[in-house]
Design a protein around this ligand. Structure first.
Ligand SMILES: Nc1nc2c(ncn2[C@@H]2O[C@H](COP(=O)(O)OP(=O)(O)OP(=O)(O)O)[C@@H](O)[C@H]2O)c(=O)[nH]1
Length: 521
């Protein structure tokens, strides 16, 4: 992800500690200087950097006094850096929490071009996917095209929309839209306002008027993360005009200066709720300071990974799938559910960055889009299948394949590819189920090569290539085993999550305990 530059610089410094022949005060100063340079060049405010380095030195010195030598230095430095950076991002104020069955209004504010309109759509999509009843209101009467942009976005994510290109008064539009959607019992009503230049007092006046008219439960301030320290003044100006409840920072993909935006926003004491990490509607990451910092430092974030995986697969589907697989069946419907889960997880790059030692840059953006486009196409084909076809374990005959291709607007060879993929998946599920046998598992642990063969066989070859091949996958698994924060996680879920994420159909197979045990030894 963005800030990956800062992350990799800091991780390099931490690695240096492991390989150092002599650890003393001089070495500690050198390490702290490197950390300082990395943070400052990522535009983190000097006062934060100074506090962080002082804190690290104090912790290490205390430990040194106690132990009489520099031991565990890497761990102490890492922990203190994580804690101090997390502190920068923790605010006392908590963001608004939506309640089910109640109409709540959220007003989006921000400067021109900050990415507000795109972000309102991402925000709406995030909640629609979680089953909320969401509506969008466009009251940007300033920018030509704003109405069309939001209307089209809303259509793409199948969200209710209100706007009125003939009305010039944004307060009227906002009030009308909110009223209509409240009557229709929408739960989250998102109001997109005009973005203008900061010097324009009129923008702030208009914002206040809309705010008074619709009395939103939450004001979300959208800020362009690529502008570094300038974010600070911006955030303050908006905060003084309306009660900014929370912040979304956009364009954190591909810009190393994001550190500045983060510390600036934190300084205004409004919690960051999401990060915008791309132009598509699922390029929105929920923000959690500690996990963000850990990922930033390349330490991975296993707990978020598990949460993402379990959020993506509805509980009843998990049980249903487990039952089907126990009976040794893997149907096209199961595969459809799995594909849907992979898409629900959002950006694959984001999921990757939650894995220790990996970051989202490991999957080139284009490739990621390619992979999800392929999965979506498969889903269209499966949408054209009958219930009986989805549940059948028998191969589909050519006339059915022809019909499915016609119905889904794809070609016969594409449907055949899907069938091939399905066969590969179900074969793999069969193999994986055998591995539930403890004897087979023990053998696997003795023979890592075999384990690797099975593992890479479970992953879509194209996906495997995108992930850097079988070797990279093995390192990733080792990383999972070594990962801090794995405590309390039963390895089974770990492996299952990974396999689901990578597109392996089905549950059950590779019991993770073995993998995890190996990594820890
Ligand atoms: N790379 C990247 N681009 C983004 C992100 N969010 C928005 N954009 C792009 O930023 C540009 C401006 O986005 P809009 O949503 O139109 O901006 P806006 O703030 O509504 O603009 P105004 O209506 O003029 O205030 C568009 O090209 C978006 O695709 C992001 O997280 N990453």
């Amino acid at each position: 992800m963005v800030l990956a530059d800062l992350g990799s610089k800091l991780s390099q410094t931490l690695k240096k500690i492991t390989s150092a022949s002599k650890i003393d005060d001089v070495f500690l100063t050198e390490v702290l200087n490197e950390i300082t340079m990395a943070l400052l060049s990522a535009d983190v405010k000097f006062e934060h950097v100074a506090r962080l380095t002082t804190s690290v030195r104090t912790q290490v010195t205390l430990f040194m006094k106690k132990e009489g030598k520099y031991t565990n230095m890497k761990k102490i430095i890492r922990q203190t850096v994580v804690e101090e950076l997390t502190n920068i991002l923790n605010t006392e104020k908590t963001p608004y929490e939506f309640k089910r069955g109640k109409s709540q209004v959220v007003m989006f504010v921000g400067l021109q071009g900050a990415g507000k309109t795109t972000t309102t759509t991402k925000f709406a999509y995030h909640y629609i996917r979680k089953g909320w009843k969401v509506a969008l209101v466009c009251c940007d009467t300033w920018r030509a095209g704003a109405f069309d942009q939001l209307q089209q976005n809303a259509a793409k994510i199948r969200c209710a929309f209100y706007g009125n290109p003939k009305e010039k008064n944004p307060v009227t539009i906002a009030s009308e839209g909110v009223e209509i959607f409240k009557q229709e019992k929408y739960e989250i009503i998102i109001v997109d306002t005009s973005g203008r230049h900061m010097q324009e007092d009129k923008l702030f006046e208009e914002m206040k008027e809309i705010n008074e008219a619709i009395d939103p439960e939450e004001n979300v301030f959208v800020m362009d993360g690529s502008i570094g320290q300038a974010c600070y003044d911006q955030a303050l100006a908006f905060r003084s005009a309306v009660n900014v409840g929370s912040v979304i920072i956009t364009k954190l993909d591909g810009h190393a200066k994001g550190g500045g935006a983060l510390s600036a926003v934190a300084a205004t004491d409004s919690p960051i709720i999401f990060l915008g990490v791309g132009e598509t509607f699922d390029d929105l990451e929920p923000f959690e300071p500690k996990s963000f910092i850990k990922r930033l430092l390349g330490l991975g974030d296993i707990s978020s990974l598990f949460k993402t995986v379990s959020d993506a697969i509805p509980k009843e589907k998990q049980t249903e799938l487990a039952k089907t697989l126990k009976e040794g069946k893997f149907t096209l419907r199961n595969m459809k559910d799995q594909f849907q889960s992979v898409l629900n997880m959002g950006s694959l790059g984001t999921v990757m960055s939650m894995i220790p030692g990996m970051n989202s840059n490991m999957i080139p953006k284009g490739k990621e889009k390619e992979a999800s486009a392929r999965i979506k196409k498969f889903l269209y084909m499966m949408d054209s299948m009958t219930e009986a076809e989805l549940d059948s374990l028998k191969p589909l005959n050519p006339s059915r394949i022809r019909r499915i291709a016609r119905g889904s607007g794809t070609s016969i060879s594409e449907v055949s590819q899907l069938i091939e993929e399905y066969k590969r998946f179900s074969k793999m599920v069969g193999k994986m189920s055998n591995m539930q046998d403890p004897k087979a598992m023990a053998e696997m642990q003795r023979d890592p090569k075999k384990m690797m063969q099975n593992l890479s066989g479970a992953v879509d070859p194209r996906m495997l290539k995108q992930l850097g091949g079988a070797g990279n996958l093995m390192n990733m698994m080792k990383g999972l085993g070594n990962m801090e924060g794995m405590e309390g996680m039963e390895g089974m879920e770990g492996m299952e999550g990974m396999m689901n994420m990578l597109g392996r159909g089905g549950r059950g197979g590779m019991r993770g305990r073995g993998m995890r045990g190996r990594g820890r030894r």
